[in-house]
Each structure stands twice: as structure tokens, then as C-alpha cells.
Design a protein around this ligand. Structure first.
Ligand code: C2E
Ligand code: MG
Ligand code: MG
Ligand code: MG
Length: 286
């Protein structure tokens, strides 16, 4: 009997695997088509200097305007794109578009001149042999100076001890691009990454900010990261700030930068232009 049941389980398992494989293939085709048809869009979320009380940067966040599913968030397709080997093309698209939008903003509005543009790149992007040349070429074509860009890389995607990745990050840094370690605290070997890779900033993952005023453990983590940033000479950005209380505490503790729904939700490029068009549009009044 047990054996019969066992076989049945195998059959179900098997058909589920087929289904999953089909799903992956479908997703791959869909993503490829999405690139060809121009279904991706960039949204932007402001980054606020807590000392200056103003917007000093924007993080570009990809969206997929799916013909049937509507606006799809990156959590629902970036992992699949990484798996399917399409992330290189998608990240290139993001890079090129973010740079040309920054160029447009800067041409139209002086307020955009000192904005830093943060771009999320998958660590897989750096596995491509010509990643650095490719990157330089995009900057050359769009005419964006490297110092205007900050690349955000997620710690659990950095391939452990991959010298090629380290070498490429060092080259980009030498070009003048700055680097941020994203989602800090959620992956492994965080501390050694900070020493091994040439980061300029740490972004504290929003899960810690979310509960730092309720859970003493998360509070301890946030305060330790702030101290760590100070000691290593790195900027610290708090992600996912949703309340006035969180914002006030972070400022009190000397956190440099913050980002979150309390300030702004990610918005389309046209809304950023509205901000840039107003005199003092980047200054916060609260
Ligand atoms: P991330 O880089 O850590 O981006 C922050 C995410 O938190 C964004 O989600 C943002 O919309 C969300 N967020 C910001 N403030 C708040 C808040 O106060 N509360 C809450 N609950 N959420 C907040 P999003 O846009 O869905 O992006 C998810 C992740 O997808 C990003 O995490 C990033 O890892 C990845 N991603 C986004 N755009 C790109 C891209 O162009 N290329 C690559 N490779 N990855 C991307
Ligand atoms: Mg990010
Ligand atoms: Mg993050
Ligand atoms: Mg994230």
C-alpha cells in the first residue's frame, strides 16, 4: 500500500515539475517579448538627506506594464529573469533608460543637476565578461557622468569571493561610479562584504526599520549599522521609513539618509519632473 501511495506521489510530483518547467519557459518568452515590445517602465523613489531635509537622490525601480496583468512589480519577474539568463538584457535596458532620463531631467531643470541616480543591478550582470565595457558604452552614449550614478547591489547576490566580480566593481568605482550595498542585514557575511568590496553606502533593509520601535532586537541592529557606517566612513540609508516616529528617531540617531512611503512612494518619471519644475521642489517642509 505504501508503495502504491508512493507511486501516486511520484506521479503528482512529476506532473508538477513539468508544469513548473512550462511556467519557467512561458515566463522567459514573455520577458523576451516584453523587452521587444517596450513593456518595461521605470519608477523613481526619492532618497532624502535627513540633515538637509531635502531630496538628494532618486532610486530607479523597474515595473512591467503587462497587457493583461497590469503593473507587475520586480519581485515577480526579476528572480525569473535571473534564472532565465535575461537579467543582463533587462539591467542594460534599465541602465540605458535611467541614464537617458537623468540626462533629460538635467537638460530641463537645474534642480536635477546634483541629483544622484541609484540603479539596482543584479550581481549576475557582473558575471558577463564585458560588463564594464558595456557599462562604459551606455554612459558614453547617454552622456551621463559616472559620478551621477550609484549602483545598488544586493548582498545575497554577490557571489562569494568571485574575484571577477570584485575586479569589475573596483573598475567601476575607479571610473567614478559609487556603490551601495542593498538590503543590508538580510544576507550572509555582511560584515566581510563591507571590507572586501569598495562600497560607499549601506542601505538598511526595511524589515529592520519596520519593527525597530517595537522589537529591541531590530532596534539594536539599526543602531549597530549606524555605528558601523560611521566607523567605516560609509553613508547609511534607512529603507522603508513609513512613519513620522521612525523618521524622527532615525534623524535623532544621526542616520544620514532615508527613503520610504512616509516621504514618497515610487512614482513615474513625469511626477519627478513636476517636482523638479517647482522652485524648491526638492526641499521637504516636514
Ligand atoms: P530594493 O532595491 O530594496 O527596493 C526597495 C523596495 O521597497 C521597492 O520595491 C520599493 O517600492 C519598496 N519600498 C520603498 N519604500 C517602502 C516603504 O516605505 N514600505 C514598503 N512596504 N515598501 C517600500 P519594488 O520596486 O517592488 O522592488 C523590489 C526589488 O526588486 C528591489 O528592492 C530590487 O532588489 C529589485 N529591483 C527593482 N528594480 C530593479 C531593476 O531595475 N533591476 C534589478 N536587477 N532589480 C530591481
Ligand atoms: Mg535598491
Ligand atoms: Mg533594499
Ligand atoms: Mg529589496
Amino acid at each position: 500500500r505504501a508503495k502504491e501511495n508512493g507511486n501516486a506521489v511520484y506521479e503528482i510530483f512529476d506532473s508538477r515539475m513539468h508544469e513548473q518547467a512550462r511556467e519557467v519557459l512561458r515566463m522567459e518568452t514573455d520577458l523576451r517579448k516584453a523587452l521587444e515590445r517596450g513593456e518595461f517602465e521605470l519608477y523613481f523613489q526619492p532618497i532624502i538627506s535627513l540633515r538637509g531635509n531635502r531630496i538628494t537622490g532618486m532610486e530607479a525601480l523597474i515595473r512591467w506594464r503587462h497587457p493583461e496583468r497590469g503593473l507587475v512589480s520586480p519581485g515577480e519577474f526579476i528572480p525569473q529573469a535571473e534564472e532565465a539568463g535575461l537579467i543582463f538584457d533587462i539591467d542594460r535596458w534599465v541602465l540605458a533608460n535611467a541614464c537617458s532620463i537623468l540626462d533629460l531631467w538635467s537638460e530641463r531643470y537645474t534642480a536635477a543637476h546634483d541629483l544622484l541616480l541609484n540603479i539596482n543591478l543584479s550581481a549576475k550582470y557582473f558575471l558577463k565578461r564585458d560588463a564594464v565595457d558595456d557599462f562604459s558604452e551606455i554612459l558614453r552614449v547617454t552622456g551621463v557622468r559616472p559620478s551621477r550614478l550609484r549602483l545598488e547591489i544586493t548582498e545575497n547576490l554577490i557571489l562569494d569571493g568571485d574575484e571577477h566580480v570584485t575586479g569589475k566593481l573596483l573598475k567601476l568605482r575607479a571610473m567614478g561610479v559609487s556603490l551601495a550595498l542593498d538590503d543590508f542585514g538580510t544576507g550572509y557575511s555582511s560584515l566581510s562584504y563591507l571590507v572586501r568590496y569598495p562600497f560607499d553606502a549601506i542601505k538598511i533593509d526595511r524589515s529592520f526599520i519596520l519593527s525597530m520601535l517595537e522589537k529591541s532586537g531590530d532596534l539594536a541592529i539599526v543602531q549597530s549599522v549606524l555605528a558601523l557606517g560611521k566607523n567605516l566612513g560609509l553613508e547609511v540609508v534607512a529603507e522603508g521609513v513609513e512613519t513620522l516616529e521612525q523618521a524622527a528617531k532615525l534623524r535623532e540617531w544621526g542616520c544620514d539618509f532615508a527613503q520610504g512611503y512616509f516621504y514618497f512612494r515610487p512614482m513615474p518619471a513625469s511626477d519627478v519632473m513636476d517636482l523638479l519644475a517647482k522652485p524648491a521642489g526638492l526641499v521637504l517642509t516636514y
